[in-house]
Design a protein around this ligand. Structure first.
Ligand code: FE2
Length: 279
């Protein structure tokens, strides 16, 4: 059986000795999925895979689901997106790159956000381009008790776009707009496997707290986001080609650092895993 080695960090574990072709077998899949729930981030080193192989490995963590943005889908495997975040000098770089630079959790503008996200690196820049993760359970636990009391039971509105985002998203097609109305989620989520509470924030998508005037909502969201920006809750993953990294969107945020060289390819597979309604 593969070994789960916790990182000496705010979150995360490394999986050693995994034959990726066996990841879908029930005992191995259970070990991987449990490691994800407990450590919120798992890193699986290995070699580059085809879209089919990436999808099959993702199945150890749940049900891969088709991506919203059609133009990013990999041919023949609609559950796998090809994410090209190569920095271009002519300004044609996908805007996603810049939005991904601020802390976010994937998919919170859906009523049923992705449980987890898998990224698999095919090509990476020679240096830079690390992905950083934030443990939202430790963020919640670090809040003053008075703040925790104030937010427990509160709900918040997430949208595809909000003026609070540092970078605004790329245009959607009419069908994509119809598929992304504003949604309401609890501000504090309870992890369905471990029962631990996590602050459920998304600075790119979270517009306001239900029942509070805009100014008060903005101030409280700024205070909560301020705690999440503290380095004690963070861990950065420095990519090797072929890495598979899976994170639990129910209790983490992530961001990428765009400090790599212009023109050096940064190409990944991405898979989103079917989730459940946040509670
Ligand atoms: Fe993301």
């Amino acid at each position: 059986m593969p070994e789960v080695i916790p990182l000496n960090a705010a979150l995360g574990a490394r999986i050693e000795g995994l034959d990726r072709t066996q990841a879908h077998t029930p005992a191995v899949a259970a070990l991987l999925d449990t490691a994800l729930a407990e450590h919120l981030l798992v890193v699986i080193p290995g070699a580059p895979m085809s879209p089919q192989q990436t999808r099959d490995l993702a199945r150890a963590f749940g049900e891969p689901r088709p991506q919203l943005l059609r133009r990013k889908r990999a041919d023949d495997v609609p559950e796998v997106s090809l994410m090209v975040s190569t920095l271009m000098s002519d300004g044609t770089t996908d805007k996603t790159v810049y939005r991904a630079e601020d802390w976010h959790t994937d998919d919170s503008y859906f009523e049923i956000p992705a449980k987890a996200t898998l990224l698999h690196s095919l090509e990476i820049p020679r240096r830079g381009g690390a992905t950083w993760f934030c443990n939202m359970q430790s963020v919640y636990e670090a809040l003053p008790e008075a703040t925790r009391r104030r937010i427990d039971g509160k709900r918040a509105i997430h949208g595809y776009d909000t003026p609070r985002a540092r970078n605004r998203p790329a245009p959607r097609t009419p069908q994509e707009i119809a598929e992304t109305p504003d949604v309401e989620h609890p501000l504090v989520r309870t992890h369905p496997v471990t029962g631990r509470k996590a602050l459920y924030l998304n600075p790119n998508r979270l517009d306001r707290i239900v029942g509070l005037p805009r100014a008060e909502s903005d101030a409280l969201l700024d205070e909560l986001t301020g705690e999440a920006r503290k380095p004690q809750h963070h861990h950065g993953h420095v990519w090797n080609v072929g890495d598979v990294v899976v994170w639990d969107n129910r209790a983490t945020m992530h961001r990428v650092v765009n400090d790599y060289a212009v023109g050096e390819p940064r190409i990944m597979h991405r898979v989103l895993l079917q989730g459940e309604r946040p509670a």
